[in-house]
Write a protein that binds this ligand. Sequence first.
Ligand SMILES: Cc1ncc(COP(=O)(O)O)c(C=O)c1O
Length: 395
Amino acid sequence: MIKLIKSTFYKERKIKDQLIRFIKSAKQLSFGQECIKFEQNFAKYQGRRFCISFNSGSSANLAIIQALLNMGKIKKGDCVGFSAVTWSTNVMPLIQLGLKPVPIDAELDTLNISSKKLLECAKKYPIKMLFITNLLGFCDDIDQIKKVCKEKKILLVEDNCESLGTIYKGEKLGNFGLASTSSFYVAHHISTIEGGVVCTDDRNLATMLKIVRAHGWDRNCTNSEQKEIRREFKVESSFYASYTFYDLGYNLRPMEIQGFLGNSQLQYVEEINKKRSENFMKLASQIYSLTDKYYPIRFDHIDFVSNFAVPVVCRSQKIIDKLIRKCKGIIEIRPIVAGDMTKQPFFRKYARKFIPKIRNSNASIIHEQGLYFGNNPELTKNDIKEIIKIFTSDK
Ligand SMILES: Cc1ncc(COP(=O)(O)O)c(C=O)c1O
C-alpha cells in the first residue's frame, strides 16, 4: 500500500534521536527560546519580517481572524470570501467569529480561485476580506488577485498551509497578502507533528497575534512591544502587568518540542520541496496527459511547484468510481482537500444562505469527481511507477 503519509517527519530516525536528547537536556518545554528561534528562522525562510508560531495551522487560521477583528481591520458581520475548495478550519473561524463566509468557486484547471472568480463574487457581495487558500502547492493568477484586492480595498490573507515553497512570478506563495498561515502537521512540507505559523510584515499585527496566541496578555511579546502596550493602557505596575489581559485571546501556544522540530526540519526544507516537485513532475507528465479521462491541470504559469499532494479530476463519475476501485489496497487516496466546502454539513448548518445557487460549479465537479494521492520525499521509484500504472492503464 502506498500510504498518504510515510513518516512523522523527514529523517525521522535521526531527528527522533536528537529530539530525545533535546527533551532530556531542555530546562523548559513550554513555549520558549526554541520556538522563538524557529520563528526567526522561518521568517527568514519565508522572506517576511515577522513569524508567530502556533500549535497548529488551524490555530494560526483562528488567530489571524481574531487578531484582525481585535484590530478593527474587519468587523463582525463583514462578508469574507474564501476558496470554495479548501480545508474546514479555513472557513470555521469565519463562522465562529461572526463573519459571513462567502465561497468563491475554483478554476477547474488550477483548482484555485482566480481574479475572474473573485470579481464575479465581489459583484454580488460586499467582500471586505479574502481568505484565499493556495491549494495543494498551486495557485491561479494570485498577482492579479492581489491587484483586485488593492483596488477594491479587500484585505488579502493567504492560507498557505498546503503550498510552502511554491514560487509564482518570482515570489513565494504566502507573500502576496497582508499575512499568511502555514501548517506543520504530519504530511505537510515540513512537520513538527502539530504546528503552524502566521507570517506578516506588519509589526502591529504581529504584536496582536502574540496577544491572541496567549490569553490576551503581553507576556510573550518583546520588551519593546510590552513597553508600548503598557504605555497605551497605562499599566504602570509590573506586578499587575503580568496578569493584565488586553484583548480577546486563546491559548494556542506551541511547545519547545515543536520549536526544536521546526528548526531541524527547516534545514531540509529546500531538499524536501525539490523532491516533492520532482515527484510531481514525473507523475503529472504521465497522468495529466490522459485528457480523455481526466480534466487537464495547468501549472506551467508557476515557477516552482512545491506540491503537497497530487490531484486528479475525472471527466465522469464512471471514471472516478473505477479509479477508486483500482486504488483500493494499493494506493491510499482522499477527496481533494475537503472538496466543495458548501456541501459539508457544518457549512449547511451555519451558512446556508451563502451557498451559491449555481449547479455544476467547478468546486462541485472537484468534489464529486476528484481525488488525490500523497506526495512526499520518501516516494520511491517503484511507488511512482506503480501509481502511474494504476492511473494510466485501461484495465
Ligand atoms: C488549507 C489548509 N488549511 C488549514 C489546515 C489546518 O492545519 P492543521 O492540520 O495544522 O491544523 C490544513 C490542514 O491540512 C489545510 O490543508
